[in-house]
Design a binder for this molecule. Structure first.
Ligand code: ZN
Length: 342
């Protein structure tokens, strides 16, 4: 994988076309079914790759067009999870959701996304990135009636994710990303087993490995939570030293319009950083100069050859037009700073 200086990327999800599912909504139900749904999701994936190419992004993602939700869709394919048996749990200590139950030993037959990844590989020559949920975030989106231990279940999921990651790598994926928003909430678990479980999920991979930790999609529960966090968000201070010492290659973090103190980026010295220069919680389009300013701030704490300009989080809940404009702003802002650094 060869990348230019300051290669641009999104975190992952993009809005879906309205013929595929209802726009600007999380967990939006599909508007197609059966073979038509399969054909539709792959068409949408092709479109998402093309929109990223037109915007000028250097690292292309699938836009998560073949999944309804970044965690739930993966879990749907697992043995041992009963989707009929639902319990209400508190997600990331923030909002209640009705979730499926782990009712027996968990396992995965084959791969969930390898065919989709091969499709993405076939429609672009640029490096491609694929996101999977992290073990801790999966646990946080389930009710466990079998293992009786978050840590035990995490190790099971880590093994399954490793199986999936190896299949994605074989399909041609260059960067495999694990989404762990739960790392911003359960700090004792992150220290005790969270990072170790993540390393287990990446075992034996030659592809670059990334972990995405954010303050969530721009939905009301997350925005309300952010208001309680005060003027300095120091959550990353607890996890970054552990990740700096880990085998993970890339850390994806939130920065623009957030109260994350920029000097916390220095705790990850030596790692590649996907720095969020696009706010996904507003429809307002960043100017290229605003993006450039966020990137310049980051460059005081990360080497230029390790900086990947990115979005704060996924853009699934936005409109397609807004998401496309934000991608163009990201690319234009990175271009300004590229000229200054080179
Ligand atoms: Zn996120």
């Amino acid at each position: 994988m060869t990348l230019p200086l300051l290669p641009t990327s999104t975190v992952g999800s993009l809005p879906k076309p309205s013929w595929l599912s209802e726009p600007e909504k999380l967990w939006s139900p599909w508007r197609l079914e059966g073979d038509e749904l399969r054909e539709g999701t792959l068409d949408a994936l092709t479109l998402a790759a093309e929109e990223q190419r037109r915007a000028g992004l250097d690292i292309i993602s699938d836009g998560e067009q073949t999944r309804q939700h970044f965690v739930t869709t993966f879990i749907e394919y697992l043995n041992g999870v009963d989707f009929e048996r639902r319990e209400t749990v508190r997600i990331r200590n923030r909002y209640d959701a009705s979730v499926p139950t782990v009712a027996g030993a968990v396992s995965l037959d084959g791969s969930v996304f390898a065919d989709d990844a091969a499709h993405l590989r076939a429609v672009t020559d640029r490096p491609i990135k694929w996101a999977l949920p992290g073990p801790m975030t999966m646990i946080d989106t389930l009710y466990d009636a079998h293992y009786g231990s978050r840590e035990k279940l995490a190790w099971e999921f880590a093994g399954i994710l490793n199986q999936e990651a190896l299949a994605l790598e074989a399909a041609g994926v260059d960067i495999i990303q694990f989404d762990e928003p739960a790392f911003n909430v359960f700090f004792d678990d992150v220290r005790d087993w969270g990072v170790a479980a993540l390393e287990r999920a990446t075992e034996g991979l030659k592809a670059q490995t990334a972990v995405h930790i954010c303050y969530g999609y721009g939905i009301k529960a997350n925005n309300d939570w952010k208001l309680t966090l005060g003027s300095e968000w120091r959550q990353y201070e607890q996890t970054f030293p552990l990740l700096q010492a880990s085998s993970l290659d890339i850390v994806s973090l939130e920065r623009h319009n957030s109260n994350v103190p920029v000097e916390l980026l220095g705790l990850l010295r030596g790692k590649r950083l996907m720095v969020g220069a696009i706010d996904v919680a507003t429809d307002r389009i960043e100017t290229p100069e605003e993006v450039a300013s966020t990137l310049r701030g980051a460059l005081a704490h990360v080497d230029a050859d390790k900086l990947i300009p990115s979005t704060n989080c996924g853009m699934a809940p936005l409109s397609r037009g807004v998401a496309a404009a934000k991608m163009r702003a990201l690319v234009a802002g990175a271009e300004i700073v590229r000229g200054e650094v080179a």
